[in-house]
Design a protein around this ligand. Structure first.
Ligand code: PLP
Length: 383
């Protein structure tokens, strides 16, 4: 059976061009960048060259780029490295919400705001809850479950006026070249390589020059003392190459994803529109190019089993996600959907489809047919 991968917001396959860039650093050039001999210097050169590439692609200075083990570490570093209160939204990724809980336990003031019904956070709401206790505002760019984009520039403007700095989790959009630190003006920004055909376990925290941040991982003086631990040289090289390709091909990748996303939305509405609700807002301005979130409201008062829905899709060859990858498998409804005001029964039957650069129109059409078969079967059984 043909398998159709529609889970690119969870992760993407490694681009063979990225693998080729990494290969010499996995095999031959295995030196520790802190070693002073030739092999060490070769590795150091690769790390610093990658840093320069990443900095120029993200609109930063090389010294503002901290290589991390991925988005989760970058988010943890941004949050836990801050002294002071934090304002964030209930629809953030767990790698923001869990550190925020830890900060609350340490006694810092926390303001947890609710996003609007589409999932975006408005600058007006931020302004209302910002006071002198808040040192950091942490808001994601595109929501990883529903795809809605929050206008970060507006949030930077209101936060600046109140003297708070801004961290943005740009994990879902950086690979579409949609976030540059110099244009948006954020102080801290998280990027993760495996969302744009780079290796897993490779990420970046952008830290604006003047921003003081306590190191999360204490150890050696790597990354200018901001992140201890021997650098993962192949992953860093792969991250830089993947970002380079992503930015180079951003226009094509974005247009391709948007067309497929719209085709999937239209196909689902036509085939099973009476049974599903598309949560991702229609229209291109304020949504990520690649994400379509769908829920199945209760049938005749009875909730549809979200796990069964995903399992049935899987049996039809469709690989999608229940919500964010980190929470799929859990029985609880998505915290994002409930934060949008959705009832628990509807939020429990949610599927997130996410397309990628190699997804085809045929695959979308097949996925729509499969959804129709699965939903009709499940709804018949529920009645
Ligand atoms: N932030 C968002 C919005 C994500 O979607 C993810 C991954 O799903 C992460 C952070 C975590 O990134 P990583 O998997 O690199 O730890």
């Amino acid at each position: 059976m043909r398998r159709i991968y529609l889970d690119h917001a969870a992760t993407t396959p490694l681009d063979p061009r990225v693998f080729e860039a990494m290969r010499p650093y996995l095999l031959e050039h295995f030196g520790n960048p802190s070693s002073v001999h030739a092999r060490g210097r070769k590795a150091r050169f690769a790390v610093e060259e990658s840093r320069e590439t990443v900095a120029s692609l993200l609109g930063a200075e090389p010294g503002e780029i901290v290589f991390t083990s991925g988005g989760t570490e970058a988010n943890n570093s941004a949050l836990l490295g801050t002294d002071g209160g934090v304002l964030t939204s209930a629809a953030e990724h767990e790698s923001v919400l869990r550190p925020v809980e830890a900060l609350r336990d340490r006694g810092w003031p926390i303001r947890m705001i609710m996003p609007g019904r589409t999932g975006a956070v408005s600058a007006g709401t931020i302004e209302r809850y910002l006071d002198g206790d808040i040192a950091l505002v942490s808001i994601m760019h595109a929501n990883n479950e529903v795809g809605t984009i929050t206008p970060i520039e507006e949030i930077v403007a209101v936060s600046r006026r109140r003297g708070a700095r801004v961290h943005c989790d740009a994990v879902q959009t950086a690979g579409y070249g949609m976030m540059r630190a110099d244009e948006v003006g954020v102080d801290l920004m998280t990027v993760s390589g495996h969302k744009f055909y780079g290796p897993k376990g490779a990420g970046v925290l952008f830290v604006r020059g003047s921003t003081s941040l306590e190191s999360l991982l204490r150890g050696g003086s790597q990354e200018r003392g901001r992140r201890g631990g021997t650098e993962n040289v192949p992953a860093i090289v792969g991250f830089a190459r993947a970002l380079e390709l992503a930015v180079l091909e951003a226009g094509d990748r974005r247009r391709h994803a948007e067309a497929l996303r719209d085709r999937l939305m239209a196909g689902l509405l036509e085939a099973v529109g009476e049974h599903v609700r598309i949560v991702t807002p229609a229209g291109r301005a304020a949504v990520a190019p690649h994400i379509v979130s769908v829920v199945v409201p209760p049938v005749e008062g009875r909730a549809v089993d979200g796990e069964m829905l995903l399992l049935n899709l899987e049996m039809e060859g469709i690989e999608a996600s229940a919500g964010s990858a980190c929470t799929s498998g859990a029985v609880e409804p998505s915290h994002v959907l409930t934060a949008l005001g959705m009832d628990v029964e509807t939020a429990s039957a949610a599927v997130r489809f996410s397309v990628g650069k190699d997804t085809s129109e045929d695959e979308i059409d097949e996925a729509v047919d499969a959804c129709e078969r699965v939903l009709r079967r499940m709804i018949r059984a529920a009645r």
